[in-house]
Design a protein around this ligand. Structure first.
Ligand SMILES: [Zn+2]
Length: 79
C-alpha cells in the first residue's frame, strides 16, 4: 500500500488550507481601521416635540435654543 503518497497528499491538503486561511486573513479588514461610530453631522433636539434634526435645518429661537420648525419656535414657552 503506497502509504507515502497518502502522507504527501495529506501534507499538500494541510499546506493548501493553511495558505488559503492566510489569504482570507489578509483580505479581512483590520479592526482598528473601522470607521468611527457616530454621525459627522451635528444633531439637535427640538424642545417642543423632541425630534432630532441636523443643526443646519433647525430654527434658532430668541433664547438660543434650536427648534425643528418656525411653528415650534413660536409655540415654545417664553419664545
Ligand atoms: Zn419640534
Amino acid at each position: 500500500m503506497p502509504m507515502k503518497y497518502l502522507l504527501i497528499l495529506a501534507l499538500a491538503v494541510v499546506v493548501y488550507m493553511w495558505w488559503r486561511n492566510g489569504r482570507i486573513a489578509q483580505a479581512r479588514p483590520r479592526p482598528g481601521a473601522a470607521p468611527r461610530a457616530g454621525s459627522p453631522q451635528d444633531m439637535v433636539c427640538c424642545p417642543v416635540c423632541s425630534v432630532h434634526l441636523p443643526r443646519g435645518d433647525a430654527v434658532a429661537g430668541g433664547d438660543g435654543r434650536l427648534y425643528c420648525s418656525q411653528e415650534h419656535r413660536l409655540r415654545a414657552p417664553g419664545g
